[in-house]
Design a protein around this ligand. Structure first.
Ligand code: 3EB
Length: 341
């Protein structure tokens, strides 16, 4: 089993990346405009958020393997599997969840989404959730007396606890980004082997955030390092301008970008502490950068270029960050082939 990871593909690039072997695409994402024709046959998360700073109106990312995948659809999850690795996509409309005074529709939908994912993983005997990509409408809006991101955190944590997974320590890498509307959209990667969960020495673990950020802490680790037979994946979670548990540089997007990238570098250093043979470099990662304001693009782009060089593949996306005072969030992924390097 050999995986390939191809970020930042335009529609024109896609055919050569697929190389006529669509049954070998484990899954992926499409960011920006919807596809002109029918969607692909692999599980694809669609993120209907504008791309910034590019003339292309959509970008895709794919995870590929060398042999055809098995696939299925259960409980609204579209999934594909290649041996010990599974990629899945799920969308749940909040309107399908009536909620109650004690539990908002978003909280209920979030809990149900994770419950369904955990059930699938048990059924597939691939119990280890490595990375989750969460997108939800109006993430900073307050309803039911609580910001929607905080509602999501309650539902997510309840599902981890209900499914006996624990909500601290060895939890997946993740991101949680706000869009202007639409269902709760969750994509995930999971496998037969546990990932090594990494934390950032510059930050308090998110699962230990104090109550000022909501009644339940978010359930994610700063990064997940996945060891496969001949490969390794580094998933770096959404990373922002947070030191300890506090937002830094309110209102200063250049300083927030520098702080967030310094946090990414600190997480990369943590990965390298456990992985002596083949160090990761911040200029080799594939990035998604979320901006709250499209008008900040030039400023953010200058900082990214000066810290990463101009060659790094970066998708810049208009999206809301889960704290109102955060202007930018950065996530990154890398795949290493252990033998060929
Ligand atoms: C932070 O560090 C910024 O709730 O899954 C980053 C990555 C953030 C993941 C999540 C939230 C999440 O707290 C926000």
């Amino acid at each position: 089993m050999n995986l390939g990871f191809v970020p930042c593909l335009t529609d024109a690039d896609l055919p050569s990346a697929i190389a006529g072997q669509a049954d070998c695409i484990l899954g992926g994402v499409r960011i920006g405009a919807p596809s002109a024709g029918p969607g692909p046959e692999w599980p694809q998360q669609f993120i209907p958020a504008p791309l910034i700073g590019t003339t292309t109106d959509s970008l895709q990312e794919i995870w590929r393997c060398a042999t055809p995948c098995s696939s299925g659809r259960v409980a609204d999850i579209a999934w594909r599997r290649a041996g010990p690795v599974l990629y899945g996509v799920l969308e749940l409309a909040e309107s399908d969840f009536p909620g109650s005074p004690a539990c908002s529709p978003l909280q209920a939908a979030s809990q149900e989404a994770y419950r369904r994912i955990f059930r699938l993983l048990e059924a597939q005997r691939l119990p280890h959730l490595w990375r989750v990509w969460n997108y939800l409408a109006d993430i900073n809006r307050e309803t039911h007396g609580l910001e929607r991101y905080r509602q999501f955190n309650i539902g997510r944590q309840d599902a981890f606890l209900e499914c006996s997974r624990g909500a601290t320590g060895n939890v997946p890498a993740a991101c949680a980004i706000g869009l202007t509307g639409g269902p709760l959209r969750v994509a995930f990667m999971a496998g037969s082997e546990a990932a090594v969960a990494l934390e950032n020495p510059r930050q308090i673990s998110a699962y230990d955030y104090p109550a000022e950020y909501g009644p339940r802490s978010p359930t994610f680790s700063r990064a997940a390092l996945v060891r496969l037979a001949r490969q390794e994946i580094l998933f770096i979670s959404g990373t922002a301008s947070i030191l300890g548990h506090r937002t830094m540089h309110g209102g200063n997007v250049a300083a927030q970008t520098r702080e967030a990238l310094t946090n990414v570098a600190a997480v990369v250093a943590e990965a390298n502490r456990r992985d002596r043979a083949l160090p990761y470099r911040i200029d080799e990662l594939a990035y998604r950068v979320y901006l709250r304001h499209a008008t900040d693009f030039a400023t953010v782009s200058d900082v990214l270029n000066s810290m990463l060089g101009a060659a790094a593949p970066i998708a810049c996306i208009l999206g809301d960050i889960c704290r109102s005072d955060l202007l930018v969030e950065i996530e990154a992924t890398a795949l290493h082939n252990l033998e060929s390097q």
